[in-house]
Design a protein. Structure first.
Length: 203
């Protein structure tokens, strides 16, 4: 259904650019353009977050991970999967969902998810990150791209996104990190998320 995704993005591109007027900020001032399989993670501040990420990283197709409760209506159940969304059970993710997410990244796709699992509107904090996301990246042998977004307070505000530098898990811990190292990286990503959010405040 890539053609359907591309069609939706095409028709939404111009209205979205005019409405959000996206401003991308790169950590360290170095522009990031990731190719191949990658897991993109971001804080979750509102219902428009997927749009923020689409305009923040517009050169890739996003396979958004969403919870099954979002597919509550017949339209969403039809529409979201066609837009490459991957539904999961938040409390008890199945191995089929895990394999599907890993498979997308192994094939060179970008999987985008909100590791906090729920909306956190306080810009100064981030919710607890789930280590399962790191295991997915480890299984797929792909880097993690951290991103920070901020909800617009008024419609005249520009949408701002901070894009961090990709984190190569294998370069840090090798191809098979231990559970202790996975937990350590989860905490590092939590700190990185707070650092990126501070960049949003400064710019």
């Amino acid at each position: 259904m890539k053609w359907f995704y591309d069609l939706v993005v095409f028709f939404c591109a111009l209205p979205g650019l005019l409405w959000f007027r996206p401003k991308r900020i790169y950590e360290g001032g170095k522009k990031v353009r990731v190719k191949g399989g990658v897991l993109t993670i971001a804080n979750h501040v509102g219902y428009c977050d997927p749009l923020y990420l689409l305009y923040g990283v517009p050169y890739r197709r996003h396979h958004f991970v969403c919870t099954e409760d979002i597919l509550s209506s017949r339209f969403r159940k039809w529409f979201l999967p066609k837009c490459l969304c991957i539904p999961i059970d938040r409390d008890n993710m199945s191995m089929d969902s895990f394999r599907k997410i890993v498979g997308v990244m192994k094939e060179g796709g970008m999987v985008t998810m909100f590791p906090e699992g729920h909306i956190v509107r306080d810009d100064s904090t981030a919710g607890q990150f789930k280590s399962g996301m790191i295991l997915m990246a480890v299984q797929a042998h792909v880097p993690i791209l951290p991103v920070a977004i901020r909800e617009r307070k008024h419609f005249w505000n520009r949408m701002r996104v901070v894009i961090g530098q990709p984190i190569d898990i294998e370069a840090l811990y090798g191809p098979r990190p231990s559970f202790a190292q996975v937990d350590e990286l989860s905490k590092k990503l939590y700190i990185k998320e707070l650092e990126l959010q501070k960049l949003l405040e400064e710019k």
